[in-house]
Design a protein around this ligand. Structure first.
Ligand SMILES: Nc1ncnc2c1ncn2[C@@H]1O[C@H](COP(=O)(O)OP(=O)(O)O)[C@@H](O)[C@H]1O
Ligand SMILES: [Mg+2]
Length: 338
C-alpha cells in the first residue's frame, strides 16, 4: 500500500525514558507501522514490551528520541507544545484503559464531549448540543445521556462516552490503548463491536492496542506483535494466529487457550529481559526454543516474507520466499512444547 494514502505512519520510532540514577530505557527501539482509513491494526505483546509508549508517542504525549510519526502526512508535534499544534492534528485521539479516570466526575458527559468539539473543530457553538446528542447516539448511549454524570454510568457506558468524546474531534485515526481491558467480558465484546462498526461507518483508522490476543485476532485487519521494544512480526490475523513465523509470535499464540486444543502456557517460559539491558543479537534469543548461534550475535531485521500477504518477520530462520514452518521445524528438532 502507498504510504501517502495512510492516515498514520510510524517510521523507525524510538522512545527513551530516563530513570533516576539508572541507564536510559529504550522502551521503543525502532518501530514502523502504518494505519489506513477503515483499517484496524492491532498491537500486541506482553506487559512492558512498549505498547503504551508507542501509543503515547503517536498522539504526542511522549517525544520520539528518533524516528517520526506522521498524521495526515505531517509530523506530529509533541503535546507539550499543543498550542502550536496545527489544528488539523488536534483531532488525533486516544482512548485509554480506565474510562473512569479519563472522565471528569464533576461535569456532565455532554459538556465533556462538547469540550472536544471546541478544542478540535470549527463547528459553531450553536450546533454543539445537537452534535453532542448525535455522537452519544452513535456510540449507543441512551437519550439524555448528555445530562448524566460519569458515576451514573457503567464501565462500558463510560468507555462509550470516552469514544464519543474522541470522535467529537473528527479524527482520521483513533488510538485505543487497552480500551476494553478493564471491562467485564460482555462489555468487552460490546465495545469491541462498537469500535469495529465505527471504523467501517466513519472510515477512520484504529490502532488497537491490547495484550489480549483473542480480541486482537478477532477484530484486526493486521496485527503487529511486539517484543521488548520491537515489532517481531506483522501480518494478517489468520496468518499470525495459525501460522506465526516468529518463534515469539508462535509462543504467544500457543499461550492462548482455544476450544478443542490445550494451551501451551509453558511455551512462554522465562522472564522478559530488562529493556534497560536487552540481550545482544535477537532480543528473543534468551527465550527462543529455536535459538541458533547467530541469533546471540546479530540482530535480524524485519523482512517481507511473501509478497502476496504482505507479512513481515524479524527472524534468522526466515528468508524471503523460503519461509520455514515452525511446527515442522519443532517436530524435527523435538522442541514442540519447549
Ligand atoms: N514513565 C516511565 N519512566 C521510565 N520507564 C518507563 C516509563 N513508562 C514505561 N516505562 C518502561 O518502558 C517499558 C515499556 O512500557 P510500556 O510502554 O508501558 O509497555 P506496555 O504498554 O507494553 O505494557 C517498560 O519497561 C516500562 O517499565
Ligand atoms: Mg500498556
Amino acid at each position: 500500500m502507498n504510504s501517502d494514502s495512510m492516515a498514520l505512519v510510524v517510521n523507525d520510532l524510538e522512545v527513551e525514558y530516563r530513570t533516576k540514577g539508572r541507564a536510559r530505557v529504550r522502551a521503543v527501539a525502532g518501530v514502523s507501522l502504518q494505519v489506513g482509513r477503515g483499517e484496524i491494526v492491532g498491537l500486541v505483546g506482553e506487559s512492558g514490551c512498549g505498547k503504551s509508549t508507542v501509543a503515547k508517542a503517536v498522539v504526542g504525549i511522549e517525544r520520539p528520541a528518533a524516528g517520526e510519526v506522521l498524521y495526515r502526512g505531517a509530523r506530529v508535534t509533541p503535546i507539550s507544545r499543543i498550542g502550536k499544534r496545527p489544528k488539523n492534528q488536534r483531532n488525533l485521539q486516544m482512548v485509554f484503559q480506565e474510562p473512569a479516570s479519563s472522565l471528569n466526575p464533576r461535569r456532565s458527559i455532554g459538556s465533556q464531549v462538547a469540550d472536544a468539539l471546541k478544542f478540535a473543530t470549527d463547528l459553531p457553538q450553536a450546533k454543539h448540543e445537537e452534535r453532542v446528542r448525535e455522537l452519544l447516539d452513535m456510540v449507543g448511549l441512551p437519550k439524555n445521556a448528555h445530562r448524566a454524570y460519569p458515576h451514573q454510568f457503567s464501565g462500558g457506558q463510560k468507555q462509550r462516552a470516552c469514544i464519543a468524546r474522541a470522535l467529537a474531534a473528527d479524527p482520521e485515526v483513533l488510538v485505543a490503548d487497552e480500551a476494553i481491558s478493564s471491562l467485564d467480558a460482555s462489555a468487552q465484546a460490546q465495545i469491541a463491536d462498537l469500535l469495529v462498526g465505527l471504523v467501517k461507518k466513519l472510515d477512520i483508522g484504529l490502532l488497537f492496542i491490547s495484550h489480549d490476543l483473542a480480541v486482537i485476532g478477532e477484530i484486526c485487519d493486521r496485527i503487529a506483535v511486539m517484543y521488548l521494544g520491537k515489532i517481531v512480526e506483522l501480518g494478517r490475523p489468520e496468518q499470525i494466529w495459525f501460522e506465526p513465523r516468529h518463534p515469539y509470535a508462535r509462543a504467544l499464540m500457543r499461550s492462548v487457550p482455544r476450544i478443542g486444543r490445550d494451551s501451551f502456557p509453558e511455551s512462554l517460559e522465562g522472564e522478559v529481559p530488562d529493556p534497560a539491558n536487552p540481550p545482544s543479537g535477537c532480543r528473543f534469543n534468551t527465550r527462543c526454543p529455536f535459538v541458533m548461534d547467530k541469533c546471540r550475535v546479530q540482530e535480524p531485521a524485519l523482512i517481507d516474507v511473501e509478497q502476496e500477504d504482505g507479512g513481515t518477520v524479524a527472524c534468522w530462520l526466515q528468508e524471503p520466499g523460503a519461509v520455514v514452518d515452525l511446527d515442522t521445524l519443532a517436530t524435527e528438532r523435538e522442541v514442540a512444547s519447549a
